[in-house]
Design a protein around this ligand. Structure first.
Ligand SMILES: Nc1ncnc2c1ncn2[C@@H]1O[C@H](COP(=O)(O)OP(=O)(O)OP(=O)(O)O)[C@@H](O)[C@H]1O
Length: 485
């Protein structure tokens, strides 16, 4: 890992797929619970491996984090852009509804506390767990955005000030976009400055001054609250992450430049009727990195990416079927990396390839990670591959993470019975560097116990057994859960 900066923070991610009703009078809607409640921080520059059996929800997790499919619960906070620069629409909605939300908050808070007190069996504990997720979904973005200001006596005033700030920041971001566009245009004509550029610069300065005045107003309110215990508690929830799950389709499309995916089957994920150069360059035109696909700059850029991914640029006019499996995967990688993303989901990216080609592609992914400062979520059922490539590994079982630790720790010191079963099942001959140890499976320690084998549901507590090593288990003694409650 390069540093400890969180790039994505996944909180209680849930993805349920509705199952088609069996007959028209069926009242209850059933779901495939592909991801039940996944919470995980992904650090900038790391490769986080996700392993688990087929059908446990690995691919769904990868696709849902980048919102290829909309998540049905929880939030996915992204720190690769600042919220001030991006200003998504949900921020405005939160500011508009502050007064209304504050009214329902106390009522919902009390109701949830009653459920917390009344946990007597599995069913009532499950009801509390689900209600807590619902509660957090409803209120967390408000607290993340306004923090300690929630303790101020006049939320109508806060709402007004923050809406002014939203408007000013939005206008500022439009002006900055226009400025960048104008600057690029001038550069193409080998000019340094122009009348419009100067005018935009003045407008940006004015708008920045407006934003500064509003921010000062907010700070002066905060000063009056600084000793209020409620302010201190709520301020600790303040968070600059952009909640991907709350974005509009258009906003997600814009962020796709940062959040990319490489699929398992390089053939079916490439349009067979498009030439390689068009497959790789499509995103560049959609995201307006280049205006025309016939320009020299565009062609040079595509050729460079091809070279970087080990493809001969002379083949740019060929079609996917004219390439081998390994080369097709290189095209998939080139397509994903053309937009200079920050986060890439590699969904079984090498599983369909021969072993010798596998290692070439893995080496390529490793090289690109270094040169382009990428962060990977590496999804695979292959424990040999994941051990080699990952900094940390998360183990999934039936839609939930059951263990998370550094790759070395998972292999040397697994805690969860399911992780141990997976490791025990690796045939020794598959991985010569791995000294096969058979891990003894235990379902209980003095601090916690595992119930997953009895109910098929993972245990709800996410417990840090040693620094950075987490397991899902049932604690014998309840710990403070943190959060809004
Ligand atoms: N679009 C969908 N509609 C309905 N159910 C789905 C959909 N996508 C996935 N599922 C279901 O969600 C569960 C998890 O599937 P997912 O593909 O995420 O698992 P996986 O661990 O990646 O497995 P594999 O390695 O076989 O792809 C499965 O039961 C699957 O049938």
């Amino acid at each position: 890992m390069n540093n400890e900066r969180v790039l994505l923070s996944i909180k209680h991610l849930q993805k349920y797929f509705p199952i088609k009703k069996k007959h028209p009078f069926q009242v209850k809607q059933d779901y495939v619970k592909a991801n039940k409640n996944v919470s995980i921080d992904i650090y900038e520059g790391e490769t986080l491996g996700i392993v688990g059996e087929s059908g446990c929800g690995k691919s769904t997790l990868g696709r849902t984090i980048i919102q290829l499919q909309k998540q049905t619960g929880g939030s996915s906070l992204y720190y690769g852009e600042t919220i001030d620069n991006f200003m998504p629409k949900y921020v405005k909605k939160v500011y508009q509804s502050l007064v209304k939300v504050s009214k329902s908050y106390d009522k919902d808070f009390k109701a949830l506390n009653i459920l917390k007190q009344n946990r007597v069996d599995e069913a009532s504990s499950e009801l509390y767990r689900l209600s807590k997720i619902e509660f957090e979904n409803k209120y967390y973005n408000t607290f993340r955005l306004i923090g300690g200001l929630a303790a101020y006596h006049d939320l109508e005033e806060i709402s007004r000030i923050l809406l002014d700030e939203y408007k000013a920041l939005k206008e500022l971001s439009v002006l900055k976009q226009k400025y960048d566009f104008e600057e690029t245009k001038l550069k193409m004509r080998h000019l340094d400055s122009g009348v419009l550029l100067k005018k935009l610069e003045e407008q940006i300065n004015e708008k920045e001054a407006d934003v500064k005045t509003i921010k000062e107003k907010v700070e002066s309110i905060k000063v009056t609250l600084k000793n209020d215990p409620k302010f201190i508690k709520y301020e600790s929830f303040k968070d600059q992450g952009i909640d991907l799950s709350a974005l509009t389709k258009k906003e997600i499309r814009y962020l796709k430049k940062d959040l990319q995916i490489i699929f398992q089957d390089p053939y079916s994920s490439l349009d067979p009727r498009s030439k390689v150069k068009d497959i790789i360059g499509e995103g560049l035109l959609i995201h307006k990195f280049f205006k025309r696909k016939n320009s020299e700059a565009y062609n040079n850029y595509v050729e460079d990416i091809m070279k970087k991914c080990g493809l001969d640029e002379a083949y740019k006019n060929r079609y996917p079927h004219q390439f081998s499996g390994g080369q097709r995967q290189r095209i998939g990688i080139a397509r994903a990396l053309a937009l200079k993303p920050k986060f890439v989901v590699c969904d079984e990216a090498v599983s369909a390839l021969d072993v010798s080609i596998q290692s070439q592609i893995i080496n390529l992914l490793e090289d690109l990670k270094k040169t382009d400062n990428l962060t990977y979520l590496f999804i695979t059922h292959d424990l040999g591959v994941v051990r080699f490539i990952s900094d940390r590994i998360g183990v999934m079982y039936f839609g939930s993470l059951v263990e998370l630790a550094s790759a070395e720790e998972i292999f040397k010191n697994p805690k969860h019975p399911y992780t141990k079963q997976l490791l025990n099942a690796i045939p020794a001959y598959e991985d010569e560097t791995f000294k096969q140890t058979i891990h003894e499976i235990t379902y209980e320690t003095s601090d916690y116990e595992f119930h997953y084998h009895k109910t098929g549901e993972a245990d709800p507590n996410w417990y840090e057994v040693s620094k950075g090593h987490f397991v899902s288990c049932k604690l014998k003694q309840e710990k403070d859960e943190g959060g809004l409650l």
